[in-house]
Design a protein around this ligand. Structure first.
Ligand code: NAI
Length: 256
């Protein structure tokens, strides 16, 4: 299947976890990939080789999406990389665990700036480009089930993903006349480095799995499959919605 042949796609935060799986899935389906991460070292060089093996073009754009102007620069470099940009996946994200009354301004800023501000100004740069060139576009935000359900002790994270829900809904209406589609993907518990600590804690894992009707974590590849669908022309009439991928977690009901 070559749904993305000749398409140029930027995935932010694509050096691990869900972002990396999305980059690989798009490459497998024929796309040229613009990778992004804050650092460029041996792991990133290896990742470039892995993606190149699918036979398409790859470029790594180094940059920190949490810095407003960096996210603009990342988008500009991504557009320049292969001369055009078709699809933006706003994937980079961080979380910090603390009681609400102990959250520092530094951690609040890190989470909000990475998960929301970076998406805001990165997407704005992409939209300005699409308008100027009169091109269609697709945007996918990696949100979370926590744009909808609570996550005690992760207040900044929930605020950022809740903000992402309304940003996406607002933009869907504003950007539809420009032929730009935008949707959120909301994963539940996915086995990636962000969950490393929890996955090493047997008791926490037991509690988590009890809450998931499918009784397992998801894989980054499963999330990438949904992202690929939403980015493709198979989803040409889809905009303004959140797609949960959570093994049933969000709306489950405990049978007594
Ligand atoms: P991860 O920690 O493996 O990946 C996050 C990626 O973002 C990393 O490559 C990291 O280097 C990059 N990143 C972080 N801050 C950045 C910045 N300022 N600039 C550029 N890149 C940056 O974790 P995972 O799970 O793959 O997370 C990806 C997205 O999925 C995040 O937005 C996260 O909130 C979301 N998510 C993950 C869930 C999970 O259970 N793994 C559940 C719900 C949402």
């Amino acid at each position: 299947m070559e749904r993305f042949k000749d398409k140029n796609i930027l995935v932010t935060g694509s050096t691990s976890g869900i972002g990396q799986a999305c980059a690989e899935r798009f490459a497998k389906e024929g796309a040229n990939i613009i990778l992004n991460g804050r650092h460029f070292a041996d792991d990133e060089k290896q990742l470039i080789k892995t993606i190149e093996a699918y036979g398409n073009k790859v470029k790594f754009v180094q940059g920190d999406v949490s810095k407003g102007m960096d996210s603009v620069g990342i988008l500009q470099q991504a557009i320049d990389a292969f001369g055009s940009l078709d699809i933006l996946v706003n994937n980079a994200g961080v979380e910090r665990n603390a009681n609400f009354w102990e959250v520092t301004e530094e951690d609040y800023d890190l989470v909000m700036h990475t998960n929301l501000k970076g998406v805001f100004f990165g997407t704005q740069t992409f939209v300005k480009y699409c308008r100027k060139e009169n091109r269609p576009g697709v945007v996918i935000n990696m949100s979370s089930v926590h744009e909808e359900i609570i996550f005690p002790h992760f207040s900044a994270y929930c605020a950022s993903k809740g903000g992402l829900k309304m940003l996406m809904r607002n933009l869907a209406t504003e950007l539809a006349p420009l032929n730009i589609r935008i949707n959120n993907v909301a994963p539940g518990a996915i086995a990636t480095p962000i969950n490393q600590k929890m996955m090493a804690d047997k008791d926490k894992m037991k509690g988590l799995l009890e809450n998931i009707p499918m009784k397992r974590m998801g894989t980054p590849e499963e999330v990438a499959g949904l992202v690929a669908f939403l980015a493709s022309d198979d989803a040409s009439y889809v905009t303004g919605s959140t797609y949960f991928i959570d093994g049933g977690l969000t709306y489950h009901y405990e049978e007594q």
